[in-house]
Design a protein around this ligand. Structure first.
Ligand SMILES: [Zn+2]
Ligand SMILES: [Zn+2]
Length: 263
C-alpha cells in the first residue's frame, strides 16, 4: 500500500491511497486543476481512481468532490448520516455516484475500510483506517481531541496521518483571530494542537513506525515548528524521532513523500 498527500491544511485536503489494483482519494478539498496536476506528477491515472472517501462537509475537504466525481465518473463514499449534508453543500454531487456506509467496515476491491467518528464541529466527521494485505493506514484530520477509544482503533497502523493544527500559545496570541474563533479551534470540537498530537503519537509508539503531521495552520503553526515541538515533547518521554518513530509533515502547497507499507 502506498500513501501520498497532495496537500493538507485549512485551504484544502486530499490524500491518495493505492495498491497494485486499487486507488482511492480521501477528501477532494483542493482546486480541481491542482488535484489533476498533482496526480499526474505522481503518476496516478485519474481514470483508475475507484472512489473518493469523504471525511466531512467542510469546504477544505469537499471543494472539488462533485466536479471531480462527475468529470471522471468516480463514486463518492460518505457516511449515511452525512449524505444529505454533502448533497446540499455541493450541488455538483450526483446522487447516482453517491455511495453510503454505516458504522460497519466496507470494502473497495482489495481495501477494507473502517470508519470512526471524530469530535469536530461538522454535521458528522469521520476518520478512516484502511487495510490491505497486512498493511494498515489511518487518517485523522479535524478533531478537537482524541479519546482512548480512537487510539485503540488506530493502534498498530503502520502509517498514521494525524492532525497537528496549531501551537496553543501562537493561536492565543494571534491578534488576527477573534476570541470566538480561538475558542472554537481550542474546543473539543475544534482542531488538535501540537501537544495533543504528540500525546497521541506517544501512545502509538511500538505499533506505528511512521507519522505524517497534517492539517497544519498556516497562521498558528509551521512545518518546522510542529516537527520540533512534537519531537521535543516525545524526547521528554524517552521517545526518539528517527529511531522509535519517524515523523514527516504534509504541506499545504506541495506533494508529500510517498509512503510505502510493504506487505
Ligand atoms: Zn473541518
Ligand atoms: Zn479541515
Amino acid at each position: 500500500m502506498k500513501i501520498v498527500n497532495l496537500g493538507s491544511g485549512s485551504k484544502g485536503n486530499c490524500t491518495a491511497v493505492y495498491t497494485d489494483s486499487t486507488t482511492i482519494l480521501i477528501d477532494a478539498g483542493l482546486p480541481l486543476n491542482e488535484i489533476e496536476l498533482k496526480l499526474k506528477v505522481i503518476g496516478i491515472e485519474i481514470s483508475k481512481i475507484d472512489a473518493i472517501l469523504i471525511t466531512h462537509e467542510h469546504s477544505d475537504h469537499i471543494k472539488s468532490v462533485g466536479r471531480l466525481s462527475t468529470k471522471y465518473n468516480i463514486p463518492i463514499y460518505t457516511h449515511i448520516l452525512e449524505a444529505n449534508c454533502l448533497l446540499s453543500k455541493d450541488k455538483n454531487v450526483l446522487p447516482k455516484l453517491l455511495r453510503t456506509f454505516d458504522d460497519n467496515d466496507f470494502y473497495i476491491k482489495d481495501l477494507t475500510i473502517s470508519n470512526f467518528k471524530l469530535s469536530h464541529d461538522a454535521n458528522l466527521c469521520v476518520g478512516y483506517s484502511i487495510y490491505s494485505n497486512g498493511a494498515k493506514f489511518s487518517i485523522l484530520t479535524d478533531l478537537g481531541y482524541c479519546p482512548k477509544t480512537i487510539i485503540e482503533k488506530i493502534k498498530n497502523s503502520n502509517v498514521v496521518l494525524l492532525e497537528a493544527n496549531h501551537d496553543e500559545k501562537l493561536l492565543l496570541n494571534n491578534p488576527k483571530y477573534p476570541m470566538i474563533l480561538k475558542k472554537r479551534i481550542l474546543s473539543n470540537k475544534g482542531h488538535l494542537s501540537n501537544t495533543a498530537c504528540a500525546e497521541v503519537i506517544s501512545q502509538l509508539v511500538g505499533g506505528t513506525s511512521q507519522i505524517i503531521l497534517g492539517h497544519l495552520s498556516e497562521e498558528n503553526n509551521s512545518p518546522s515548528f510542529a516537527y520540533s515541538a512534537i519531537k521535543t515533547f516525545l524526547a521528554e518521554k524517552g521517545i526518539i524521532e528517527g529511531k522509535n518513530i519517524f515523523i514527516d509533515v504534509a504541506y499545504q502547497n506541495k506533494i508529500s513523500n510517498i509512503f510505502e507499507i510493504k506487505s
